[in-house]
Design a protein around this ligand. Structure first.
Ligand code: NAD
Ligand code: UDP
Length: 328
C-alpha cells in the first residue's frame, strides 16, 4: 500500500483529499493544527484503519516513522480574512512549513505536491492567467503575507527540485468551493450563502464588477490527483474557466437560495484582484483534465451542505463583516 502524508487535513481541501486517497487504496496520514480547520471534517475517517491523524504545527520539525511515498502540503490559511487575522502564521506555514516538508520529502525520497494559488498572479494584467505569467503582486500590501508566502513556497520547491533532484509538483489552485468550507470563513460563497440563510443582505465589496471563476471541489481534487501522478514539475493551473462578476454571482445566489434580501455595497478590500480566470490548456494537454461540474450543480450541492448546518454554526459570528478590517 502506498503511503501519503496530507497537511491541512482538517481543512476544506485537505479533508476531501484524504477521502480521495483513502478511496484509491492509500494509507493516509493527516496532519493539522486546527488553526482554521475543524476536527469534524475528518470525523467519518476516524475509525478507518488506513487513516491516521497527527495534530501538529508544520512550522515545527516534523517526524514521521517509516516509509512515505507522497506528501501533499495543503496547510495554510486560505481565506483573505483568515490570513489577515493571522499574517505571521501565514508567512511561516508557507515558508518554514514548506521547508520542513521538503526536507521530509528528501529524507523519505517521497514525491511532494504543494498547494499554490492563483494569488501568485496578484491583481493580474494578463487575462486569462497562463502559467508563464509572472504576476502583479504588492508584496507589502495586506494580501502580501499570503501571496509572497506562496511565491516563496513555489521558489523553494523548484530549488529542491533543481538542487536535490526532488520529485516536486506545484498546483496553482483557483477559487474552489464545496461542502466543508467554513460557513463564516469570509470567502464569498460561504459569506453569501450564510447571509441568505440568516436573512441578511448580501454584501458586495466594491462595485461588484470584479470577476472570479469558481471550481467545484470534486473537479479540483481530480485535477490535483492527476497532477501528482503526472511527471510534470512546473506549476499547473487547476480551476474552472467559467468567469462571472461578483454582482451577477450575488444575483445567482439570491435566485438559488430564494432569499428576499437585497445586495448592499461595501468598500473593496485593498489589492482585491479585479479579474481572475485560469487558462487550463496546460492541464488539458498534460493529463487530459478539465472541470465537469457546472456552477449551478456545484452551488446547489454546496447550499444543501450549508442548509443542513446547526443554528449555532449559522450564527457563529467569526467574520460576518470584515471589509473595514481588511482595509486597515
Ligand atoms: P482551510 O483553511 O479550510 O484549510 C487549511 C488547513 O490548514 C486548516 O485545517 C488549518 O488548520 C491547517 N493549517 C494551517 N496552518 C497550519 C500549520 N502551521 N500546521 C498545521 N496545519 C495548519 O483552507 P483550504 O481552502 O482547504 O485551503 C487549503 C490549501 O489550498 C491552502 O494551502 C490554500 O492556500 C490552498 N488554496 C485553496 C484555494 C481555495 O479556493 N480553496 C485556492 C487557492 C489555494
Ligand atoms: N466578496 C464580496 N463580498 C463578501 C466576500 C467577498 O463581494 O462578503 C468579494 C471579494 O471582494 C472578492 C470576491 O468576492 O472580490 C472573492 O472573494 P473571496 O474572499 O472568496 O476570495 P479571493 O478570490 O478574493 O481570494
Amino acid at each position: 500500500m502506498k503511503k501519503v502524508l496530507i497537511t491541512g487535513a482538517a481543512g476544506f481541501l485537505g479533508s476531501h483529499l484524504c477521502d480521495r486517497f483513502i478511496h484509491e487504496g492509500y494509507k493516509v496520514i493527516g496532519m493539522d493544527n486546527f488553526i482554521t480547520g475543524d476536527k469534524k471534517n475528518l470525523h467519518y475517517l476516524e475509525s478507518n484503519p488506513n487513516f491516521e491523524f497527527i495534530e501538529h504545527d508544520v512550522t515545527e520539525f516534523i517526524k514521521i516513522e517509516g516509509r512515505l511515498d507522497f506528501i501533499l502540503h495543503f496547510a495554510s490559511p486560505a481565506s483573505p480574512i483568515d490570513y489577515l487575522k493571522i499574517p505571521i502564521q501565514t508567512l511561516k506555514v508557507g515558508a518554514l512549513g514548506t521547508h520542513n516538508l521538503l526536507g521530509l520529502a528528501k529524507a523519505k525520497k517521497a514525491r511532494i505536491l504543494i498547494a499554490s494559488t492563483s494569488e501568485v498572479y496578484g491583481d493580474p494584467l494578463v487575462h486569462p492567467q497562463t502559467e508563464d505569467y509572472y504576476g502583479n503582486v504588492n508584496a507589502i500590501g495586506p494580501r502580501g503575507v499570503y501571496d509572497e508566502a506562496k511565491r516563496f513556497q513555489e521558489s523553494i520547491t523548484m530549488a529542491y527540485h533543481r538542487f536535490h533532484g526532488l520529485e516536486t509538483r506545484i498546483v496553482r489552485i483557483f477559487n474552489t468551493y464545496g461542502p466543508r468550507m467554513r460557513l463564516n470563513d469570509g470567502r464569498v460563497i460561504p459569506a453569501f450563502m450564510g447571509q441568505a440563510l440568516r436573512g441578511e443582505d448580501l454584501t458586495i465589496f466594491g462595485d461588484g464588477m470584479q470577476t472570479r471563476s469558481f471550481c467545484y471541489v470534486d473537479d479540483q481534487v481530480e485535477g490535483i490527483y492527476r497532477l501528482l501522478l503526472s511527471d510534470y514539475s512546473y506549476p499547473v493551473n487547476i480551476g474552472n474557466p467559467n468567469e462571472i462578476t461578483i454582482k451577477d454571482f450575488a444575483e445567482e445566489i439570491i435566485k438559488l437560495t430564494g432569499t428576499k434580501q437585497k445586495v448592499i455595497y461595501k468598500d473593496l478590500p485593498v489589492d482585491d484582484p479585479m479579474q481572475r480566470k485560469p487558462d487550463i490548456t496546460l492541464a488539458k494537454k498534460l493529463f487530459n483534465w478539465e472541470p465537469k461540474v457546472g456552477r449551478e450543480e456545484g452551488m446547489k450541492k454546496t447550499f444543501e451542505y450549508f442548509k443542513a448546518l446547526s443554528k449555532e454554526e449559522l450564527y457563529k459570528s467569526e467574520h460576518k463583516d470584515f471589509s473595514s478590517y481588511i482595509n486597515k
